[in-house]
Design a protein around this ligand. Structure first.
Ligand code: ADP
Length: 478
């Protein structure tokens, strides 16, 4: 009927607007690359010089592969809380074994007191140690060494201490802000009577970089695409202007960018992003993260479907579920996006079970796949631009001459070095379309001459294993 056709035209128009609003042609991506590099400079030049905090980690050396012994690691910062025990054999890649215990963080602890949160953590840690060491206790170290991965913005005061700047990713334990994170954990560990020392305090990206570097020495940066997103990289100490006279034995330092908070006027932003931000507990914060990471993508899609449903009746009466924030989780969005059945049965199932939209006709199911595609394509391409921004900052994007292997760019002969970026997180490893769009955009931005020199390598459990590796390379024992 005429009415149905009009309703359909209305949603197609909304989809087109979404596509226009989310467009990321390569020219725009290059502007994002430049903006990222510029903001990195600004964040390194002065405290508060940029939305990028560019936090010092005091990690000067990355694991070499010579590390030996048994180390523990504790990983807090995403959906799950994890405890690991890693045995290192002293030869690169000879991680003899690691055991892992994974627990979801109870929702109430995410907004409780620091004492409750850390007592919970220390209890699990102690239980894990007791289980692990029940077997024959081999030449017990004097004290157990722990690497603590705490993936929130921390102002480090050394490689093993630092205070929380602010919470992200839905955590809000207010009395923690401004307090020393290691000390909170160390005290909780002592309260439980466990003999263990917090040897390093790091961010998950730093753990990923450590594991990446342990496996491949050309690894210079690490990026996480999970519930949140963040990146770190190896910077020259003398480029960290805000910390004049910073002396490091290696001449370098890992910098935790906190890139989730990156912002640039070149980022393509829609009304859905603006609303999502306004409704969030941290408006005007973590702008890049809100366009890219797993916590938010599904909710952008929900907002688009809600708008369409309100403006036309193609989805039937407006489902009350569409008003529930975060009801459409990103893995479900991915399942719809990647539904390759001819009738899009997976899309129908998610629409019915999660959003209570039954009997959506095929054209509507296709429309939903399109929405997911637009939102994820933008996310992945912006993520790629972010990575190239880092490479540009350290001269590894092929735009300057670097010592190493020879490469021909046009008529000029330039030096180009193999560069590895370690990547981790459920969005990249489990969401194939995100990964493919990201890889494709990397090639597009770098060009075919440079792209082969840039390798994206996924690591697994780097946030935990990397912490144990750094605990090993930073522990006092010779
Ligand atoms: P976290 O970031 O929570 O520590 P991960 O790095 O494993 O843990 O990432 C988990 C996040 O990855 C989830 O919050 C989710 O948003 C996203 N994710 C996991 N599986 C998928 C999937 N199949 N498709 C899309 N996103 C996924």
């Amino acid at each position: 009927s005429v009415r149905r056709r009009r309703a359909w035209r209305r949603v197609v128009r909304l989809l087109e607007e979404l596509e226009e609003g989310c467009a990321t042609p390569v020219g725009r991506l290059r502007q994002v690359v430049d903006a990222m590099a510029v903001e990195m400079h600004a964040g390194l030049a002065s405290e508060g010089g940029s939305k990028l905090k560019m936090l010092l980690t005091y990690v000067h050396e990355l694991p070499t592969g010579k590390e030996k012994g048994t180390y523990y690691a504790l990983d807090l910062g995403g959906t799950n809380f994890r405890v690991l025990r890693v045995q290192l054999g002293g030869q690169r890649s000879a991680i003899i074994g690691h055991d892992l215990d994974r627990q979801p963080i109870p929702q109430n602890l995410m907004t409780s007191t620091s004492e409750e949160l850390f007592d919970f953590i220390a209890t699990l840690l102690k239980d894990f140690v007791e289980r692990e060491e029940k077997g024959p206790i081999t030449s017990q170290q004097e004290s157990r060494e722990l690497g603590f991965t705490f993936s929130f913005p921390v102002k480090q005061t050394s490689s093993s201490s630092g205070y929380l700047i602010k919470w992200t990713k839905g955590f809000a334990v207010e009395d923690m802000v401004g307090r020393d994170v290691s000390e909170c954990l160390q005290q909780a560990i002592s309260r439980k009577g466990l003999d263990m020392r917090v040897a390093v305090l790091i961010n998950d990206t730093v753990g990923t970089l450590a594991l990446g570097h342990y496996d491949d020495e050309d690894t210079v940066a690490a990026v996480i695409f999970g519930k949140g997103t963040n990146a770190c990289y190896l910077e020259r100490a003398d480029a960290i202007i805000k910390c004049q006279g910073l002396l490091t034995t290696s001449g370098g330092m890992v910098v935790n960018m906190e890139w989730g908070n990156f912002w640039s006027s070149h980022l393509p932003r829609t009304s859905y992003d603006i609303d999502l931000d306004a409704d969030s507990p941290n408006p005007n914060d973590q702008g890049f993260e809100k366009m890219i990471s797993g916590m938010y993508l599904g909710d952008i899609v929900r907002r688009v479907i809600l708008q369409m449903s309100q403006e036309s009746d193609v989805f039937g009466p407006v489902s009350s579920k569409l008003h529930v924030p975060f009801i459409l989780r990103t893995p479900l969005m991915a399942a719809m996006h990647e539904d390759d059945s001819p009738n899009l049965t997976e899309v129908a199932r998610v629409l019915k079970d999660t959003l209570e939209i039954p009997d959506a006709p095929l054209n509507i199911r296709k429309l939903v796949v399109n929405i997911c595609d637009v939102v994820t394509c933008r996310a992945a391409r912006l993520a790629a631009a972010g990575i190239v921004g880092i490479l540009k900052k350290i001269g590894r994007d092929g735009s300057g001459g670097i010592a190493g292997g020879k490469m021909k760019v046009g008529s000029k002969s330039k030096m180009m070095r193999r560069t590895v970026v370690a990547v981790e997180g459920g969005m990249y490893t489990n969401y194939t379309m995100f990964r493919e769009y990201l890889n494709e955009a990397m090639e597009e931005i770098l060009g075919e001459d440079v792209a082969p020199y840039v390798v994206i390598k996924t690591t697994e459990d780097g946030s935990g294993i990397g912490a144990a590796l750094l605990a090993a390379s930073h522990s006092a024992s010779p």
